[in-house]
Design a binder for this molecule. Structure first.
Ligand SMILES: Cc1cc2nc3c(=O)[nH]c(=O)nc-3n(C[C@H](O)[C@H](O)[C@H](O)COP(=O)(O)O)c2cc1C
Length: 146
């Protein structure tokens, strides 16, 4: 069975909820999934042993893009995660009233791609409260392309 690792950073629980929905959809699609809080992982060798890596992160800050606090150490050390050639998809929650709507999602995508990751589909950017059906549909697309 193919294995997916989902790593999320979430302050108020929205991106955590999305991570749970993504995991459930991937399970339904026949994937073995593991969900981890970014605060519980280290970047070194993170991608080893999984076929698909999903990063979820909310966006903070105002003028500048700020990643959710727990995700920052992982982002900074992402070059140690072994992403070259690895299938990756990125999601996150934000608020479109801010200048950089889901800027963390873009930043993670760009860094992962620059490190050789293969983005399996476009990112999922959620404005406001997560909609379960929207998340499940996106995760199905990820599963179909991974
Ligand atoms: C002080 C503050 C700054 C924020 N900055 C941004 C931002 O720059 N871009 C954005 O899309 N959302 C921004 N948000 C919205 C959060 O990302 C949003 O509430 C999100 O759902 C939080 O997800 P989480 O519960 O997974 O941490 C901000 C919210 C607050 C309170």
């Amino acid at each position: 069975m193919s294995k997916a690792l989902i790593v999320y950073g979430s302050t108020t629980g929205n991106t955590e909820t999305v991570a749970g929905h993504v995991g459930a959809a991937l399970n339904k699609a026949g994937w073995e999934t593991e969900i981890k809080n970014a605060s519980d992982v280290s970047a070194a060798g993170l991608a080893n042993g999984c076929d698909l890596l999903l990063f979820g992160c909310s966006t903070w800050g105002d003028e500048d893009i700020e990643l959710q606090d727990d995700f920052v150490p992982l982002y900074d050390d992402l070059d140690k995660a072994g992403l070259s050639g690895k299938k990756v998809a990125v999601f996150g929650c934000g608020d479109s009233s801010y200048t950089h709507f889901c800027g963390a999602v873009d930043a993670i995508e760009q860094k992962a791609e620059s490190l050789g990751a293969v983005l399996v589909t476009g990112s999922l950017k959620i404005d406001g409260d997560p909609d379960k059906d929207e998340v499940m549909d996106w995760a199905k697309t990820v599963a179909a392309h991974a």
